[in-house]
Design a binder for this molecule. Structure first.
Ligand code: ADP
Ligand code: ZN
Length: 745
């Protein structure tokens, strides 16, 4: 796909038309394939080099590209070719990252430029770092001079000959002001000099004494180390119950990558919650790793990107976007909690970072480790067919036992009217608190109540932009839409019938459970953990610390409490609504509910005191509840597989969703209908829909869905490309392609 910056496209060595030497440059723009440019006077840039090129009236940075060319394109004539203006002095993008960009683009049906943009998210990092000035001793022996003020003497005492010191640091050590330093320079005692560039991230020491591994850990770690030192691509699934010590095992693989002189990348689903993980890393390696996620500041971003490119960030822990960092020599990619849906990016380029991590590792010749106590059926199936190797840790570390899990039948033991905690759960939590232990109530719903309804006319308050109820947040006295962010004050009267004081909250969110808990246990110190009360990494770290320090007795939280935490004093977990995730027609609803509730349950009893988990449910006989109570998740997953296999549902077949959306309902309908009429068919290919999406309106756009389902041996991308090519889509309509959809809203 080569186009010129003008209208024409392509490169072909047609004499006379395109004889001038040219170079192809991919630009980080969603509309672009690679464009042809004239070579700069200084000679041809190599593939991967970052170059400045003209585009329309401006200049932009792109990458010299070398992907396969489509043969039938018309070249840009010589006279229209514009020159490459500058080659930037940044480390070129590696071949493996270039091929990764191409691969992700082809797999997700995104323009390569849109994927490139993710790999060039920090343009400032492409400029060379400006050297920093500091101070050095003007002449050796200067500090033997008599008649120095005490301040100046302190400065000279703090300096060694030949060393360069940053002004601020030197002033601080010598306890003087910066003007003292300037005065000393004027007096010829010290002189300015450039600071040496130091590695921005200290090298983690692979041989730093970490915890001694237990028997099962030793074996698993040895296998992983061997896979890393083989310096070849291969995927290993590392499983084991919550608390079995999987983290310590894969950190040993990270150590091996370091010994090999290669880089390691660890992806976490919820990087904001990584405080405890970072503590473990520091305990194992003596220093912190480089961090990469959306909330790091722009300066750190630039430094980190550059450090990664220059091989000076040996270990990066990050969110999914870290996959696009410019590692020159990646030796290991770890995906922790590989089953997490948070690895799926739903906007822009729609991709699953877990799957793309495997591709990134393959293209880099790196080992890949997928880690989970409850692996996805996709990954389990890959392990069963031998595509992935598998390692298993059978027991909790240090003799801690898995918690006992019981279902509370809400039909037999209902909560009081207008309440949400059943007598058995109230009793169990009360006992734990009375013993001085911690308890946790889990409800995956933010706010006070998910629905507000008029008791007189039955009117329900809904979002003006989305097919969704407004959620009451009582502390802020607002109603919020959790899909588009719309917020409004709680009205005093029903907007429909005008009666005052008739609006009633229906159902619980974490705030309402907190209200109930306060009346039950007025003495208990309660902490609510939800994404709105724990907005970022610092807040999460503080919350975790207060729990570890036992400054909290009762934790009430949404899914953010499920992930990875180690709370040794927590012995009781109550799941307020275990049925919550099972509603709706989602293909993976049962699998996901098991994974989430197993994770939540795994927070209990991680130290000496045994843990207990109560699941409040209206259907204790449901296979999900039985799997959790019986603890036989393997059997559950086998049944899941048996249910999906006959219909050819993933992972036994392939899916791709098309989401048609427009502010004009009729336009959305028309394009959806046209897509339906043009639907591909044939052996092993099926199209479901069009149908209104469950979220039929989102942010003011009307949405329709179609689902392409193919046999496993049929790739969806060529079918999708051809299909989309047959249908005219006006500018007012967007058709989003979601290959391997995870959400079905
Ligand atoms: P998982 O990742 O399997 O849920 P973790 O790696 O979090 O399990 O380990 C559970 C707990 O056991 C953590 O507190 C961890 O620090 C501790 N632990 C694991 N392995 C060891 C070890 N070899 N020595 C000491 N503590 C360990
Ligand atoms: Zn909304």
């Amino acid at each position: 796909m080569a186009r010129g910056p003008g209208k024409q496209s392509g490169r072909q060595d047609t004499p006379g038309v395109a004889s001038m030497p040219r170079v192809r440059v991919l630009l980080p723009l969603p509309l672009a394939g690679a464009y042809d440019y004239r070579l700069p006077p200084k000679g041809a840039p190599r593939p991967g080099e970052f170059v400045v090129v003209p585009l329309n009236q401006r200049e932009t940075i792109g990458v010299v590209w070398d992907a396969e060319q489509e043969p039938d394109e018309r070249p840009v004539p010589d006279h229209r070719l514009r020159p490459v203006l500058e080659i930037l002095p940044a480390p070129p993008m590696t071949e493996s990252l270039r091929r990764f960009v191409d691969w992700v683009a082809a797999y997700t049906l995104s323009p390569p430029g849109a994927v490139l943009r993710m790999a060039m998210s920090v343009p400032a990092a492409l400029e060379p770092p400006t050297p920093q000035a500091g101070w050095t001793l003007a002449e050796p022996g200067a500090n033997h001079r008599p008649r120095l003020t005490p301040e100046r003497r302190r400065v000279l005492d703090a300096m060694a000959p030949g060393e360069v010191y940053a002004g601020a640091a030197l002033a601080e050590v010598a306890k003087v002001s910066l003007s003292v330093l300037r005065g000393m320079a004027d007096a010829g005692l010290i002189r300015p000099a450039l600071l040496p560039r130091r590695p921005r991230f200290a090298r983690p020491d692979p041989d730093h004494p970490g915890p001694a591994l237990s028997g099962a850990q030793v074996g698993a770690a040895a296998t992983l180390r061997a896979r890393v030192s083989a310096r070849r691509f291969g995927v290993t699934l590392l499983t084991g119950v919550t608390g079995s010590g999987k983290t310590e095992v894969y950190l040993d693989a990270v150590a091996e990558a370091l010994r090999q002189g290669r880089q390691a990348l660890v992806l976490l689903p919820e990087i904001a919650l990584s405080a405890q993980w970072l503590d473990r890393f520091r305990a194992r390696f003596g220093v912190a790793p480089a961090l990469w996620h959306s909330e790091i500041g722009s300066r750190t971003r630039r430094d980190t990107w550059r450090a990664v490119a220059e091989g000076e960030a040996p270990v990066v822990v990050g969110a999914r976007s870290a996959l696009f960092l410019p590692f020159p020599d990646l030796g290991l990619v770890v995906v922790d909690e590989e089953h997490e849906t948070a690895f799926k990016q739903e906007d822009g380029v729609v991709y699953n970072a877990r799957d793309m991590a495997v591709v990134r590792a393959r293209l880099a010749g790196a080992a890949c480790v997928l880690v989970s106590a409850t692996p996805s059926l996709e990954t389990l199936t890959n392990a069963e067919t031998g595509r992935y190797a598998a390692l298993h840790l059978p027991q909790r570390h240090g003799g801690a036992r898995l918690p006992s899990v019981e279902a509370v039948d809400l039909r037999a033991a209902p909560p009081e009217r207008g309440r949400f905690l059943s007598p058995p759960l109230i009793a169990a939590a009360g006992e734990a608190l009375a013993r001085g232990e911690q308890a946790m109530l889990f409800l995956n719903r933010r706010g006070y109540a998910p629905l507000t309804l008029c008791r007189t006319c039955g009117h329900r308050l809904r979002c003006p932009n989305c097919t969704a109820w407004l959620v009451e947040h009582r502390a802020q006295r607002r109603l919020q839409c959790h899909h588009c962010g719309h917020a409004e004050p709680v009205p005093a009267e029903c907007p429909e019938c005008g009666h005052a004081g008739t609006l009633a909250a229906v159902g619980p969110g974490v705030e309402r459970v907190m209200e109930e808990a306060r009346t039950l246990w007025p003495e208990a110190r309660v902490l609510v953990m939800a994404s709105d009360s724990i907005p970022g990494p610092a807040a999460a770290a503080a919350a975790a610390q207060s729990i570890q320090d036992r400054a909290v007795d009762l934790i009430i939280g949404t899914q953010i409490v499920a992930k990875g935490w180690h709370f040794p004093h927590l012995t009781l977990v109550g799941v307020v609504d275990a049925d919550l995730g099972l509603a709706g027609g989602d293909l993976r609803a049962a699998e996901r509910t098991v994974q989430l509730l197993h994770q939540v349950a795994g927070r209990a009893g991680r130290a000496e005191a045994p843990g207990r988990v109560l699941l409040q449910t209206f259907s204790p006989e449901h296979p999900v509840m039985k799997a959790l109570v019986g603890g036989d998740l393997d059997a559950f997953m086998r049944e899941e597989a048996a249910m999906r296999r006959p219909g050819g549902w993933p992972p036994f077949g392939r899916l791709a969703a098309l989401i048609v959306s427009s502010e004009e309902e009729r336009e959305a309908d028309r394009v959806a209908r046209d897509l339906g009429l043009a639907a591909p068919g044939g052996e092993g290919v099926q199209v479901l829909g069009p149908a209104p999406a469950p979220l039929a309106m989102l942010r003011g756009r009307h949405r329709r869905r179609l689902l392409l389902k193919t046999r496993r041996d049929i790739a969806v991308q060529p079918i999708l490309r051809e299909w989309l090519g047959r249908v005219e889509v006006p500018g007012s309509v967007r058709v989003q392609v979601d290959v391997d959809p995870v959400g079905f809203l």
